[in-house]
Ligand binder design. Structure first.
Ligand code: FAQ
Length: 319
């Protein structure tokens, strides 16, 4: 039942039904009544997630023409195409909440909706393809596996497939880095330099510290988020440290060490002022990413127009 179907039913009763579904960890489906704040929060998060997948094609896409072998090129092409698919599943999930893809794309282009900070950093060497797979997809998996149990059905179901593909992405990145680490001193130095640049931005992907996260408490109460930003960041660090050791790279954090009492790693804080600058649009590549997306959108106008004309013509003939 949609909000507009609420006539005749006490809004308190609808709220109670919604609360009961959330309390038993069941799914809210698009036709169920939902509080407006729940719908808005989901549109914000899912749209931001979809935009991230689409903008996230750019940093790695930058290396497709320069991949060092046919095999690496085929892998990279497949990975970048997967990200496009993820964006489309997520835009579809968002459409079930009443937000059209055209409207969401417009909000990305005019800066009223965000995308992940991580994609505003440049990819300067081929090792960055491996590092993005290992650290960025690794962080994405940490964040997204719990989202498979998010309370909104279409989002949770999209996440299941996305996580399977992200898992392949993470392994291909790790395998690429492992191959380079078994190569020359120059290749090992490339990997280390790349990890040095991406480590802190990867930690920022989980969002601001819990104490400064305005949305976490309500999103957790609604079952949209299942863990806090700091919990997931900790999980990512604990998962990544042994992988870095196996690779033979150093994570660029002098405060990183195992804490026996906590049974977890202590680690330093990213530069949160830098994070805020990137989120506000002042990162190294924000302008370039949006300009590129805008050009792709404009270049694709004729396809949208042709599809719309074809659909109108088909319904005219059928009607
Ligand atoms: N970047 O109150 P919170 C990927 C904003 S997909 C930019 O903690 P929330 C796959 C936040 O929107 C990566 N902005 O917010 C791939 C809010 O601003 P608003 C994307 C950020 O929503 C791999 C404000 O700060 N993943 O990588 C960021 O409860 C390789 C306050 O923050 C998702 O979107 C940030 N990092 O928690 C693709 C996962 N962090 O909107 C290609 C789903 C926070 O109030 C290649 N999203 N902000 O104006 C989430 O889990 C959550 O939305 C968080 C943020 C955890 C990102």
């Amino acid at each position: 039942m949609t909000t507009s179907d609420a006539t005749g039913m006490e809004s308190r009763e609808l709220q109670e039904q919604f609360d009961a579904i959330i309390a038993r960890n069941d799914r809210i489906e698009p036709r169920d009544w939902m509080p407006e704040g729940y719908r808005k929060t989901l549109v914000r998060q899912v749209a931001q997630h979809a935009h991230s997948e689409i903008i996230g094609m750019q940093p790695e896409g930058n290396w497709i023409t320069r991949a060092p072998s046919l095999r690496r090129k085929a892998i990279l092409l497949a990975k970048v195409q997967d990200e496009a698919g993820h964006g489309l599943y997520l835009y579809s999930a968002c459409e079930t909440l009443g937000a059209s893809r055209g409207e969401l794309t417009q909000k990305l282009l005019d800066g009223t909706q965000k995308y992940s900070s991580i994609f505003n950093y440049p990819t300067l060497s081929y090792a960055d393809v491996g590092t993005i797979g290992w650290l960025v997809d690794g962080a994405a998996i940490c964040n997204q596996v719990p989202l498979c149990r998010t309370s909104f059905g279409p989002y949770g179901r999209a996440m299941i497939r996305i996580c399977k593909e992200e898992s392949f992405h993470q392994r291909q990145g790790y395998e690429l880095l492992m191959t380079m680490m078994r190569g020359t001193d120059e290749q090992r130095a490339m990997v280390q330099e790349s990890v040095d640049r991406f480590w802190w931005p990867a930690l920022m992907m989980f969002g601001p510290p819990d104490a400064e996260s305005p949305n976490t408490a309500q999103s957790m109460a609604w079952g949209i988020k299942r863990n806090t930003n700091d919990d997931l960041r900790q999980r990512f660090v604990d998962m990544t440290v042994p992988q870095a050791e196996a690779l033979g790279v150093t994570l660029p954090d002098p405060d990183l060490r195992w804490n026996d009492e906590r049974g977890a790693h202590d680690f330093g804080q990213p530069d949160w002022d830098d994070f805020m600058q990137v989120v506000k649009g002042n990162g190294p590549c924000n302008a370039q990413r949006i300009a590129h997306r805008r050009k792709a959108h404009d270049d694709g106008a004729w396809v949208r127009e042709a599809a719309t004309a074809f659909a109108a013509r088909t319904s005219e003939v059928a009607g």
